[in-house]
Design a protein around this ligand. Structure first.
Ligand code: HEC
Ligand code: HEC
Length: 301
């Protein structure tokens, strides 16, 4: 072990000459900074682009960005990302994109130069390695509890106000079964939104909505962690039902959720197992008592 270390050091010494220490420090900083830049790029992409773009996962609201760094120059990309609409007025390629994806529009993105470099490099690296962008996974601040569904419904329909003053979701969105609370049509119907997006994606949309209309609405009125838990609980329930099915109920009431059935079933099993355990233990101690008694008699004999 020791000789191995020595050999490693002397090898390093050979390639670094007399500058062993500075060389090692440089290598360390270099690899750390590469990893850091990748992380920075992923963070920008996850919070600012991922709701509309994938890298290698297919088109979403916007085109799949895999390989875009080989199709376009870095200068073009920078200018485009900063102001896509302006570009579509002068650049034929951008104009064609704009037309193809209409009515979806990419809003101007305000990125610092570091963020711009980081995100473009990240797209380039993933594309070159044939890797798909996987979000780090937005998480809820706590587990969902049974009552959250109802609270989420109240928030969604504006019966309960958002702490930071955001507009209630049903001003722009409808969900099957909203009934008399109605729902707006500016945004898409969200009944099957939890089929369309995975849970982390949905959570991310609520944490950092970056659809132009919603960004504007919630930029200065962020949803808090509790509200996000409750809204996700509400939207999750939409997944359980067939979005095509006719509207049956207008108000979420005391229906038995599958979750409760499962809990009830498990509780029943526990009771049975526990009961058997008690009987078994008693029986066991009976047997023991018999043995002990027998032993006593043997001693007496
Ligand atoms: C609201 C959705 C949305 C967001 C957020 C968004 N984009 Fe877009 N993006 C689009 C759409 C839609 C297009 C197609 C052009 C159009 O209609 O504006 C597009 C086009 C592009 C293109 C050109 C693609 C090609 O094939 O040439 C690039 C590059 C791009 N976006 C990068 C980004 C980056 C980087 C971010 C994050 C900083 C981002 N976009 C955020 C929707 C979005
Ligand atoms: C001012 C109107 C407005 C309000 C208020 C609003 N949204 Fe949206 N939302 C939109 C629009 C418009 C889109 C679609 C953007 C697009 O597809 O480019 C959208 C998209 C979404 C999506 C993605 C839907 C999909 O099919 O891709 C989700 C999820 C969502 N909103 C949830 C919410 C929730 C939850 C609230 C309440 C906290 C809310 N929105 C409040 C306008 C709004």
């Amino acid at each position: 072990m020791f000789t191995y270390k020595k050999r490693l050091l002397s090898n390093l010494n050979k390639s670094c000459g007399n500058y062993l220490t500075p060389c090692v420090i440089f290598l360390f900083l270099f690899s750390a900074s590469v990893a850091f830049a990748q992380d920075a790029g992923k963070k920008v992409f996850e919070t600012k682009c991922y709701s509309c773009h994938s890298i290698g996962g297919g088109d979403k609201q916007g085109p799949d960005l895999k390989g875009v760094t080989t199709r376009r120059s870095k200068e073009w990309l920078e200018e485009y990302i900063k102001s896509p609409t302006a570009m579509s007025k002068k650049d034929p390629y951008a104009a064609a994109l704009f037309k193809k994806y209409s009515p979806e529009v990419m809003a101007d993105q305000t990125l610092s130069q570091e963020e711009m470099d980081a995100v473009i490099n990240m797209i380039k690296t993933l594309s070159a390695n044939n890797e798909i962008f996987v979000p780090s996974g937005a998480k809820l601040s706590r587990a969902i509890e049974p009552n959250d569904y109802l609270e989420g419904w109240k928030l969604f329909t504006g019966q309960k106000r958002f702490e930071n003053g955001g507009v209630s979701c049903n001003s722009c969105h409808s969900v099957r079964g909203l009934g008399s609370f109605g729902g707006g049509t500016l945004g898409p119907n969200l009944t099957a939104v939890n089929v369309k997006y995975s849970d982390p994606e949905l959570i991310l949309i609520l944490q950092e909505p970056n659809f132009p209309t919603m960004t504007k609405m919630f930029k200065d009125h962020k949803l808090n962690d509790e509200e996000i838990v409750q809204l996700v609980a509400y939207l999750q329930n939409a997944k359980a039902v067939n979005p095509e099915a006719p509207v049956v109920k207008t108000v979420p009431s005391g229906t038995i959720e599958p979750r409760f059935l499962v809990v009830g079933f498990l509780a029943a099993i526990l009771v049975v197992v526990g009961f058997n355990l008690v009987i078994w233990r008693n029986r066991h101690s009976n047997v023991r008592r018999d043995i002990v008694e027998e032993a006593k008699y043997e001693e007496l004999d």
